[in-house]
Ligand binder design. Structure first.
Ligand SMILES: *Cc1c(COP(=O)(O)O)cnc(C)c1O
Length: 375
């Protein structure tokens, strides 16, 4: 084995000269953070790209979730998914809210909307679903349930940048949707994030919670942290946004190639989200499910064996949130059979802009080699 390392992800890098052009602007006016000119420019560009009237740029995606929860004034219980990154759940518990976990669907791994209503109590204030891997939740049905029970909806759309329907971003769903612009996400600003909110009247709250609760020069009306996006992040956003269509197209080609290859291996299942939803798909991840009985290798063994071929995959998401050390005592009795099963089978294969067809060939051949040994 003399193949170079294939990591599970790799940030998209624009050309250095493009980025430096903007860094030079920062140097010329010595404005590095606090609503600088590049922040404003990026805000406008995103406004147009998403066709979103109200948006709040933040230092990262987690802060966007935190600010959304605070701005909507949520409390009590929030119904959410256990099949997500720690950030979703922590954002609730750090705001003294009890997450109530709803199971997911096998078809697309998003929250099972048919099981939401039975979890609603008189303490429920909101639903917080996740468009996991860029797979779109059933937003119509979630909207109907929320309306009927007077609940707010915050979508964790961290994986969903670029997902649209009829030219409209999926971020326009719900009371708030948040994106993460972390380096590992499909679109990035190094670190960064954004909240898109429906009610224009929330603007002063979002702005205040982003900046220590400062309402005006002499009024601090809220208890908030610091979640401001700086000029270097905004510069990366401005430059990377130009590549968005190209990034999605390239990932689509790689995904179709993966599917063609993996079709030939019994025991590996992949998802075809573009067939399951009326929203487009952004090809943000390439998750597979390993059927141990058919493949004759467990997910964990495949993960370990692939490392020997210099192929680094990720058990994303394993363990389930309810099995984290910090939550397992509280949630030891909850029943989430689908999420449990999926978290044992899931594996995300490498997918990023710079991945090549040859890399996918190599990953495919490596899986065949691993299979050969056990046969
Ligand atoms: C990445 C991620 C976040 C947090 O975003 P950061 O920008 O890393 O703070 C939240 N939720 C999900 C589902 C994520 O994948």
């Amino acid at each position: 084995m003399n193949k170079k390392e294939i990591t599970v992800t790799k940030p998209f890098m624009p050309t250095l000269s493009e980025y430096l052009e903007y860094v030079e602007k920062i140097w010329n006016n010595s404005w590095v953070t606090n609503k600088g000119p590049l922040f404003k420019e990026f805000h406008l560009l995103l406004h147009d790209y998403l066709k979103a009237d109200n948006l709040c740029l933040t230092v990262n995606g987690h802060s966007a979730l935190d600010i959304a929860i605070k701005s909507l004034g949520l409390s009590g219980e929030v119904i959410t998914t256990p099949f997500t990154f720690a950030s979703t759940t922590h954002a609730l518990t750090m705001n003294q809210i009890t997450p109530v976990f709803c199971d997911i669907k096998e078809s697309d791994l998003t929250i099972d909307e048919s099981k939401i209503e039975e979890l609603i109590t008189d303490k429920t204030t909101a639903i917080m679903p996740v468009h996991v891997y860029g797979h779109s939740c059933n937003t119509e049905e979630i909207e109907r349930i929320a309306k009927k029970h007077h609940l707010k909806v915050i979508y964790d759309a961290a994986h969903s940048f670029g997902v649209q329907r009829d030219g409209q971003s999926i971020a326009l769903c719900g009371d708030v949707s948040i994106f993460s612009f972390h380096a590992t996400k499909i679109f990035h600003t190094i670190e960064g994030g954004c909240a898109i909110y429906r009610d224009k009247n929330l603007e002063p709250l979002f702005n205040a919670f982003r900046n220590f609760g400062i309402y005006s020069e002499e009024e601090i009306n809220y208890i908030g942290g610091n979640a401001k996006m700086n000029e270097f992040q905004a510069a990366m956003g401005i430059v990377n946004l130009k590549y968005m269509d190209e990034i999605i197209q390239k990932r689509k080609k790689l995904t179709l190639y993966y599917r063609k290859k993996l079709n030939l291996i019994e025991g590996i299942q992949y998802f075809v989200p573009e067939k399951l939803s009326t929203y487009s798909y952004n090809y943000a991840y390439f998750p597979i499910l390993v059927d141990e009985n058919k493949l004759k290798i467990s997910r964990d063994d495949l993960y370990e064996e692939l490392k020997k071929f210099n192929v680094y995959t990720r058990k994303y998401f394993y363990p389930l949130v309810t099995d984290f050390g910090c939550y397992k005592e509280q949630y030891k009795d909850v029943s989430l059979p689908v999420a449990k099963k999926i978290s044992q089978q899931i594996l995300c294969l490498p997918l990023y802009y710079d991945l090549s067809y040859e890399d996918i060939d190599y990953i495919y051949e490596s899986i065949l080699e691993i299979k050969k040994v056990v046969e």
